[in-house]
Design a protein around this ligand. Structure first.
Ligand code: NOJ
Ligand code: CA
Length: 683
């Protein structure tokens, strides 16, 4: 039954100042204080102060819809408060155990239109989240806008990508807050000596939110539209995703926060024993270089022979998984009116034999599903395809949406969000873990759906193959922006820094103009460090396997464990440098990276287990690297030059991490009897 629910403009106009109140909530440590009051229009406003200083105020005026007044004329009907302090565990993650310590205030607001709005606010020591929970008396609502406004108390610096409802594969920008016109989230900023980041958590069945400038220091939320112009169709009783604000006294504090996960619901999957982090290699980089193809021709990458070679390599190198792109029919149609076949392999790829061989070798076989954006076709194929993969023993699928969605559906709109979630749930039903490219942004749903392992959602490694690619500064920025939302499948670790620009390969010229820009802009030690810095529970060694064979520095990836149980960003400034430590079992891994500036960062090793002696195997930049001609015609130190050496350390030591410009350092700490303590290898 549809209950008629007309918008009463008169009610809005007369419901000014129905009630006003001041309700404040503090973080458990008392450092963050959030006041809630109603303005003269009956709109709730949150004022956020940190250490007694005003940081931001948030007009929480909710949504607009065709059928009901959702944003005005409210008075406070009830206020309830609660306190939570608990520790929960996850099957994988930067940290196996997470503390959820917050104060909650739920303010029930009512307006003359009969709308009940609960503004639920949670304040943690590392930030806050709030969301709108509506009971409207309508059967359904057509949401036309969200009017949340973030108003900064003063100007500061910010890091973000521009607002966009189709892609996140855009360069990050460092801009004064007052110069930002539109931004996607996470939107990271520094105001005075305080760091913060605006994002959203638990995005389900709703469009994503961008920030659009209102005036010099304030932004309103803009939701990704549906092709018809409205933003979302929702039931009359519903709740929005959380709008989140991380707050930290230093840049690395943002990385060390679990706020986004804490705002998500507990795990919805009962048996999680099959969900396991993996390292992987794949038939992948060659296609981006142009040396191989996805289509079945003379340069086809996913042949049976190549598959077996990759499985052997994985088995010999302590690598759990192998990805094959271009194994299935349909790639000829990519980029046009694409129709992929998710079941039938190309004739030169013997899927059953490959699956059997992988099982024999104990290697996990990954299937790839590029959809080209054809979401309806993919939804129709999902269950059969996943059931087929499961029968072959496949537990990982990499999906992709490189192409326009049908009927002008935007990649980040409500319909697309519904699609991505449908895939997550279908995958869970077939015990399949997901790595999603061209995804919806991560909002912490991995806590509830831990088979949603990793995703792209930023400019990844592929951009280096066919454009000027990613700078070391970009790589020092995304840990504080994109990666605050969750893991990223950046696909790190190219060792052949000056790879052949493949203009000599047919078809390649059409991909880009100037191939002389296509090389890796960091040193090899930094490529290694990125395996630690850029967290992903499915972590790829992305280069062609022949570039790893016999390479002394590949020992790092062999030793690396993608299944860490503790992490801490030790030092860093946004866009300048970063040092991250992770523990897996009794070993620790450190990854450090700098921008174009050479730099030494001294870190305390107090994170190591006290009383244990560790052998530190150090993969460092070569300080004496000779100048060589770069593909773009400039002279610069050889990015391939590195050294590997070992030291004996304990938790009471500190370490000077020396990095060349565009460089980095990676370290494995293993409990051990003292080693020779000198250089083991030098190249
Ligand atoms: C773009 C993805 O990011 C990349 O990893 C993949 O190889 C291509 N699409 C083809 O699906
Ligand atoms: Ca991509």
């Amino acid at each position: 039954m549809t209950i008629p629910c007309a918008v009463s403009v008169a009610a809005v106009m007369t419901a000014v100042c129905a009630c006003s109140a001041d309700v404040s909530t503090s973080s458990p440590d008392g450092n963050i204080k959030v006041g809630i009051m109603l303005d003269s229009c009956g709109t709730p406003v949150l004022s956020v102060a940190v250490s007694g200083k005003e940081l931001i105020s948030i007009e929480s005026s909710g949504l607009e819809a065709d059928e009901a007044v959702l944003s005005h004329g409210f008075s406070i009907a009830d206020v309830s408060r609660s306190r939570t302090d608990l520790t929960w565990t996850q099957p994988w993650g930067e940290n196996r155990t997470v503390r959820d310590n917050h104060r909650e205030t739920a303010v029930l607001l009512t307006n003359p239109d009969g709308v009940r709005l609960t503004l639920r606010l949670r304040v943690f020591d590392d930030g806050l989240g709030f969301r709108y929970e509506y009971e409207t008396g309508c059967d359904s609502l057509t949401v036309t806008a969200e009017n949340t406004r973030f108003r900064f108390a003063e100007d500061g610096m910010s890091w973000s990508i521009p607002g966009n409802f189709e892609t996140y594969e855009l360069d990050t920008r460092e801009l004064p807050v007052s110069m930002v016109e539109t931004a996607n989230t996470p939107f990271t900023f520094r105001i005075g000596d305080m760091y913060g980041s605006i994002h959203e958590a638990a995005l389900y069945d709703f469009p994503e939110m961008n920030l659009y400038r209102c005036d010099s220091l304030s932004f309103r939320t803009e939701l990704a539209p549906m092709p018809e112009g409205y933003k979302a169709r929702v039931p009359g009783v519903f709740r929005t995703p959380w709008r989140s604000l991380q707050i930290a006294p230093d840049a690395v504090g943002l990385i060390n926060s679990s706020l986004i996960l804490n705002l998500n619901d507990p795990c919805a999957i009962e048996d999680v024993s099959w969900i396991q982090p993996q390292k992987y290699v794949g038939v992948w980089w060659g296609m981006h270089l142009g040396t191989h193809t996805w289509t079945c021709d003379s340069r086809h990458g996913a042949t049976t022979e190549n598959a077996l070679r990759h499985i052997d390599f994985a088995a010999e190198n302590n690598i759990e998984g192998v990805l094959f792109e271009g194994w299935n029919k349909g790639w000829e149609s990519w980029g046009g009116r694409q129709h992929f076949n998710y079941i039938e392999p190309y004739p030169d790829f013997d899927l059953e034999m490959v699956a059997e061989y992988a099982a024999e070798k104990g290697v996990s076989l990954w299937m790839h599903n590029e959809t080209g954006g054809s979401i309806f076709e993919y939804e129709a194929a999902l269950d059969t395809a996943f059931a087929g993969y499961a029968s072959l023993g496949v537990h990982v699928v990499k999906t992709g949406y490189a192409g326009g969605m049908p009927g002008n559906i935007r990649h980040h709109s409500q319909r697309a969000v519904q699609h991505y979630q449908k895939v997550v749930e279908a995958a869970a039903a077939h015990q399949i873990m997901l790595d999603v490219h061209e995804p919806i942004k991560e909002t912490g749903i991995r806590r509830t759906w831990p088979n949603m392992m990793t995703r792209e959602g930023a400019k990844g490694m592929e951009w280096n193959a066919w454009s000027a690619g990613n700078t070391s500064e970009y790589l020092c920025t995304i840990p504080f922006v994109r990666l605050l939302s969750g893991p990223m499948d950046y696909t790190p670790g190219i060792f052949d820094i000056y790879y052949e620009t493949a203009s000599s390969f047919p078809g390649r010229e059409e991909w880009n103009g100037d191939n002389s820009q296509c090389y890796i802009k960091t040193t090899i030690a930094r490529q290694i460090a990125n395996w630690v810095i850029l967290y992903s529970p499915l972590q790829m060694a992305a280069d062609l396997i022949e570039n790893y064979e016999g390479h002394p520095a590949f020992r790092f990836f062999r030793d690396f464990d993608a299944d860490c149980d503790w992490s801490r960003a030790l030092a860093g400034e946004i866009g300048d440098y970063i040092v991250v430590a992770r523990r897996a079992g009794d070993r620790f891994f450190v990854g450090a990276g700098t921008d174009s500036e050479a730099r030494t960062v001294t870190v305390s090793l107090d994170f190591l287990e006290p009383g244990v002696t560790y052998r530190a195997d150090i993969y460092a930049d070569e300080p004496e690297a000779p100048e060589v001609l770069q593909p773009d015609g400039t002279m610069a130190p050889d990015k391939r030059a590195f050294r590997i050496f070992s030291r004996t350390v304990t938790s009471s030591d500190s370490m000077d991490i020396r990095m060349a410009g565009d460089g980095g350092q990676a370290i494995v700490f293993s409990p051990d009897t003292p080693h020779a303590g000198t250089e083991a290898d030098r190249i």
